[in-house]
Design a protein. Structure first.
Length: 324
């Protein structure tokens, strides 16, 4: 089967502008911090090729696509052409040194993703840039053709979306930390206790800052990430008039800000599925900056509830369906 090449001429119309701007600022900050610390914040070459499933698609593909173009390789163990194409994609991804990320999806284990992308046969290769899915080619392709496609993808990511890619350090530990960082990251009991005390006393701003202080030194600290998400949620709903918020949400179903405020109240009130459902429906009926703002808030609420919660897992799948 001959590859079906993609055209990127219309990709600007699908740009998630806000996500691109935030991604550019985030990447530039990460690069500056990496330079200051002599490599901190860099990823290992092994982190450039990842296996992705349905549960992790939002985190590993959609979120990462706001930092770097993500190439998706749909494959299966029984697919002979895949056995030729996949190693080539992996080698070129490592060679591109952080300018693209390769996500490998086994179609046998992830039928829902295969259906959502409308794949009729494999191998099939897509890209996701700033949350937007783009078909690259279906079937096998030669190295020269793949290089040309990747060059074009990188150019689109940099010039139109502000994606500056990932910093790669051959000495980094897989997972994004250098050995020195792994040793330095330790307990932060005093700061976490200060955050809890601030929450108990109603000092939400103080709690937010305390959690941010922990995350500045230990970005992967799960307790601080959860605490920050909870504190920021409480901070947002403080002072809201619940009756007015719900009236605005009912009167303006396409108003992103109104639906976001109502979802925050839903979650604080313990109505988890209502909060998730409201935002997923809003994602489906909005576009551009509004859609991205709703998606980002939904991801924040996922953090509050916890990634392993069955309601979050189900909502992630519903979000993927709404996005594609």
């Amino acid at each position: 089967m001959q590859p079906r090449n993609m055209s990127m001429s219309g990709v600007v119309d699908l740009a998630a502008v806000k996500a691109a701007q935030e991604a550019k600022a985030k990447a530039e900050q990460a690069r500056a911090e990496s330079a200051r610390q002599g490599g901190g914040g860099a990823v290992s070459p092994a982190d450039l090729v990842i296996d992705v499933d349905e549960a992790g698609f939002e985190r590993d593909v959609l979120q990462r696509s706001t930092e770097v173009p993500v190439v998706i390789d749909f494959w299966a163990e029984w697919c002979e052409p895949c056995k030729q194409l996949s190693p080539l994609l992996e080698r070129l991804t490592v060679e591109y040194n952080g300018r693209v990320l390769l996500a490998k999806i086994d179609v046998d284990a992830n039928q829902m993703l295969m259906q959502q992308f409308g794949i009729q046969g494999i191998p099939a290769v897509f890209a996701v840039v700033a949350g937007q899915a783009l078909p690259l080619f279906q079937g096998t392709a030669g190295e020269a053709q793949i290089r040309q496609t990747l060059d074009q993808l990188v150019q689109v990511g940099e010039q139109r979306f502000g994606l500056t890619g990932l910093t790669v350090d051959p000495d980094a530990v897989p997972g994004g930390a250098t050995p020195a960082q792994a040793e330095a990251a330790g307990p932060y009991d005093a700061l976490l206790e200060a955050a809890v005390r601030a929450l108990d006393s109603g000092d939400l701003a103080g709690a937010v800052q305390a959690y941010k202080n922990v995350l500045a030194d230990d970005p992967g600290n799960p307790e601080a990430a959860l605490g920050l998400a909870q504190a920021e949620l409480l901070q947002r709903v403080r002072g809201l008039d619940p009756q007015q918020v719900r009236k605005d949400a009912a009167d303006k179903p396409r108003d992103a800000a109104a639906q976001i405020a109502a979802a925050d109240l839903d979650l604080v009130g313990g109505h988890v599925e209502d909060a998730f459902g409201r935002l997923i429906e809003t994602v489906a009926r909005t576009a551009g900056d509004d859609r991205d703002a709703v998606r980002v808030r939904l991801l924040e609420l996922f953090e509050v509830v916890g990634a392993d919660d069955p309601r979050v897992v189900a909502a992630r799948r519903a979000l993927a369906r709404a996005l594609f």
